[in-house]
Design a protein around this ligand. Structure first.
Ligand SMILES: Nc1ncnc2c1ncn2[C@@H]1O[C@H](COP(=O)(O)OP(=O)(O)OP(=O)(O)O)[C@@H](O)[C@H]1O
Ligand SMILES: [Mg+2]
Length: 480
């Protein structure tokens, strides 16, 4: 026999659920129930107050996202899985919430329940602040990643006025307009990486990733997976998720293959296939993925000699050597010393937060007596050292005392091995060395260089032509 006042099961359920809702109301800082369609069927006053809902407007019947932007209740209903503890932002407040899908007897999801466990996360402060820190870290890591995949340098950062450098920059600009493979050749420190960034940045792929891989910096055993990626379970320890290779990461953009001369022969064959087919096959996969990647390769090695010696595949060499760009060593463009010193010292002092320094004319002439095997990188290091050691605004020759005198022109002017040479050759070498120094000291302004050498401007032009220096010396606006 039914007890008085309780007529049937439906009433019992309704009473029970009302009691539960009252319990939620008192227990939690906020509670909301939505139906299967994501429409709010019930929300308590505390929640309404928290979201600042205007008392007159009914909330019930509205879509949950309209009332609680970014609500994840719909997601919880779709997945059928509860989220028991999460930190959720309501306006500028962080609250701790639970989200539970509501199921009927058959297990079908018929709605969702969201509760705010704490609105003042005082008790959970350590956890919440840890969460916030992690989120901030994640955001900054994502930003960094996005930045590293963008071009860092532009053509304007490639400093130099010499004919050689201007010609190289022009070649690179033309290469940027095309989509063919570029091969950057040049000694260490000549700016190959800088050039690769500038080309990518000026190409139609500029807003797509620029992904770099240095074949000399990665152990041979890892190179293949770095380049082509790995499928899950390809080998013990390969992990459960597929790992994309650099080719895939660069899809749509540019892959910078640095130190390509250091690539092992076995991989050279695979690289060649990818370049020919435009498809990669991740390790452990039997599926080819087509990719759209522009390759810029670089090396400081003599690739042609390596081909002749059999340590670099001829077919890959020809595949890479479509648009070769040769970066001149600094010793062959010493007239760029003044502008380079100016730009490098600006960077160095800015980084150190110090007032900018410069190199005197005599200092520049001294720098022109060295052969710079490490090129612009070495020049930067020498300037940095001198700037750090000497608390002066203007660096002179005395601040570069440790630098040996090794410029080929200067060295050949002084007989090094006691051998006696034709006087004409010695005089010519000495003359050339002095002219190069004078040009450096005069910032490339020929009239001023002629004055330093105490010859006429016409005589200087004549001598520049004799020593094959004319094409090396741009016509700078002559400041008298
Ligand atoms: N023309 C230039 N103007 C200004 N800075 C330059 C120039 N060339 C090179 N640099 C600077 O010199 C340094 C070395 O350049 P980069 O790394 O591009 O050389 P690299 O040819 O790739 O050398 P490596 O073969 O050793 O990798 C960098 O700091 C770069 O910014
Ligand atoms: Mg490099």
């Amino acid at each position: 026999m039914a007890r008085p006042g309780l007529t049937n099961d439906a009433d019992v359920r309704s009473l029970a659920s009302n009691a539960l809702l009252r319990l939620f109301d008192s227990l939690y800082e906020g509670a909301v129930v939505v139906d299967r369609a994501g429409r709010i069927t019930w929300i308590n006053d505390k929640y309404k107050a928290l979201i600042g809902w205007n008392g007159a407007d009914p909330v019930e019947g509205r879509m949950v996202e309209e009332v609680i932007p970014n609500s994840r209740l719909r997601h919880v209903m779709e997945s059928g899985r509860a989220e028991l503890l999460d930190v959720f932002a309501i306006g500028s407040r962080q609250v701790v919430v639970s989200r539970i899908p509501l199921q009927d007897e058959s297990g079908a999801v018929i709605g969702g329940l969201g509760v705010i466990l704490y609105d003042r996360v005082q008790a959970l402060k350590p956890i919440v602040s840890k969460f916030q820190h992690l989120q901030a870290d994640l955001a900054s890591a994502r930003r960094e990643l996005a930045e590293t995949r963008q071009a860092k340098y532009r053509f304007s950062q490639m400093v130099g006025l010499s004919a050689r450098l201007r010609e190289v920059k022009e070649q690179a600009r033309r290469a940027a307009e095309r989509d063919a493979t570029v091969l950057l050749l040049g000694e260490t420190g000549t700016g190959k990486e800088l050039m690769a960034h500038a080309i990518h940045g000026a190409s139609r792929r500029a807003d797509k990733p620029l992904v770099g891989l240095n074949a000399a910096a990665i152990p041979e055993t890892l190179l293949e997976s770095e380049l082509f990626g790995v499928e899950p379970g390809a080998y013990t320890g390969a992990g459960a998720k597929p790992r994309p290779g650099k080719f895939q990461l660069a899809d749509g953009g540019t892959l910078f293959l640095d130190e390509v001369g250091d690539m092992p022969l076995m991989l050279q064959a695979k690289l060649l296939r990818v370049l020919q087919e435009g498809e990669v096959e991740p390790i452990g996969s039997n599926r080819l993925r087509s990719i759209d990647v522009r390759v810029i390769a670089a090396t400081s090695r003599d690739l042609k000699a390596m081909v002749d010696a059999g340590s670099f595949r001829a077919d890959l060499y020809y595949r890479l050597n479509v648009l070769p760009i040769r970066l001149p060593p600094l010793r062959e463009r010493l007239v760029d010393l003044p502008v380079l010193c100016e730009a490098l010292l600006e960077q160095i002092t800015e980084k150190a937060g110090e007032p900018v320094k410069s190199v005197s004319a005599a200092g520049l002439a001294r720098l022109a007596t060295y052969h710079w095997p490490g090129n612009v990188r070495e020049l930067g290091n020498i300037l940095q050292l001198a700037a750090a050691r000497h608390d002066v605004r203007v660096l002179g020759p005395e601040h570069f005392d440790d630098l040996p005198v090794t410029a080929p022109v200067a060295a050949s002017a002084v007989a090094t091995n006691g051998e006696v040479r034709a006087l004409r050759d010695v005089v010519a070498a000495a003359e050339k060395a002095e002219i190069v120094k004078a040009l450096a000291a005069a910032h490339g302004v020929k009239l001023n260089a002629a004055k330093l050498l105490n010859i006429s401007r016409a005589q200087l032009y004549e001598k520049l032509a004799t020593h094959g220096l004319l094409s090396e010396t741009p016509d700078r606006k002559e400041a008298v």
